[in-house]
Each structure stands twice: as C-alpha cells, then as structure tokens.
Design a protein around this ligand. Sequence first.
Ligand SMILES: Cc1ncc(COP(=O)(O)O)c(C=O)c1O
Length: 287
Amino acid sequence: MAAPLPTAWFNGTYMPIAEVRISPLDRAFLYGDAVYEVIPVFAGQSFLLEPHLTRLERSLRELRIRSPHNRAEWVTLIDGLIRKNGGGNLAVYLQVSRGADVARDHAFPGDHVPPTVFGMAMPISEPHPDRHGIRAITRQDQRWGRCDIKSTALLANILAREDASAAGAGEAILLRNGLLSEGSASSVIIVEKSALLRPPAGPEVLPGTTTDAVFALARQCGLRCGDEEISEKRLRGADEIWVAAATRGIAPVIELDGLPVGNGSPGPVWRQVAAAFEASKTGERAP
Ligand SMILES: Cc1ncc(COP(=O)(O)O)c(C=O)c1O
C-alpha cells in the first residue's frame, strides 16, 4: 500500500502525520496491545462503514479496551480524515491501543490511562490490479486462538505474507489442522459447482466485512452460499478460489502453490459476482 497522506488523527486532533509522537511505553509498541480497522473509501465516500465500526467496537470489547469514541464520533473523525486528505480512493486506518502507562507491566493499567487513538489515510488503486488474478501459496496457520479479534499483533500474518511476497505471490492462504482458515490479510472463499463456501465463523478467523457483503450479493444473484469446514483437499480441488479484503475487493486466485486453480484464469462465478460487487460500490455511493 502507498505511503500515508499528510493529515492524521492523534488523540483528539488532526495533525500532520510527520508530527505524531507516540510514547515508547505505549502498549501497542510494547505488546501489540491494540486493535485496528481498515475502512475503504471510494470517490470520497466510505464503503461498508457500519460493519467496520461494529467490528472495531467488538474487537475493543473482547480485549476490554475502553472505547474512546461513540459511533457518531467515529463517523465524524473518519469524514474529517477523508476530507482533509482530499477524498478520492482511500483506505482509512484506525488504531486504538490500551494506552501508555508509566511502567512496563503486563497487567492492564488503571482507568487513569486513556487509550491511544491514531488514524491515517492511504491512497488505494481502484480498480485494484488483483482483479486480473493472483498467485497464492499455502502456509500453516501459526496464529493465536483469537483471530476473530482484529489485533495489531500480526507477527504470524506478517511471516506468511513475507513468504508469499518472496515467492512472487499475492497472498498466503493459511491452513490449520488440515482446514482452510483465511489469508494472511484476507478472507478466502472457494467455489464448488457454482456454490460459494467459506469457513464457519469462530475464534480462528476474522469475520470479514467484504465476504459478508459478497455473500449477500451472491445470494441476490441466486447463488448458494454456505459456511462449511474446507479441508486442504477441497481447497486444492476447488473450481475457483477468491481472496477478499476491504482494500483489494475480491481477487481471483489463478494459481495455488504453482498449480492452476480451475483452468488457471479468473472463473465465471467470480466474473459474475465481482461485477455485482463493483456495481454495489457505486450503489452505496448513490444519494
Ligand atoms: C486476517 C484477515 N482476515 C480477513 C480479512 C478481511 O476482512 P475485511 O473484508 O473486513 O477487510 C482481513 C483484512 O485485512 C485480514 O487481515
């Protein structure tokens, strides 16, 4: 992703990102004790904002970090970041950490320590280059047992993504105990006989805002959608594999571990659903 745009949000004010200063005792820095969200913006309008804010509030609740803003305040803060950075196609990044105490102590600080709130905006390419299809690799899922929380502690995701990058691939697809979980930074959907399948919700996967929207659209198109356990064998035998994330949309995987997926080009179900998804972006923007 491209370098951030100049104006950031830091603990209650907009300021040049170059001037943001964060304490070395901040728990995000010391422990990864923080949550985040990434909200896509197309033509200056946020897309699927409500589900992103619902997930942010849930992540905060699950980690027992005090929510620093109510829903209306988040919406205003995000709008300001979009406007002050010139609108267009952006990803708005929000991060909330448990704050900076006066000492390094694993236990939570008291209520006197306020959460640290940071927001920035980054330009995104639209349409995304991944729409032509990406190569992916598989890796063992080495992450912790609460991947449903969007925490900034992403070390295992980072190692998997680096392996993909080094292999010239666009994503690493993670397998845990022989079952598909998700991508290093995306949800994974497979297509079997025109049905869309994804792993069931649970502590081992992040509930994806993009997959939820894609499933709703696919159902409107008359396609069957299901949440099912997907074995490695099923993944490798799928007619189509897609990765989905807020800033990349839905991207067809055309090669997995060096072998073609389907006939090695973006599949017909992807073409149908991706077109509906693109149209929905404009639909949500319409007044
Ligand atoms: C690990 C992981 N799973 C799934 C997703 C997809 O979530 P969303 O569609 O809400 O962007 C992401 C997005 O960044 C992710 O990092």
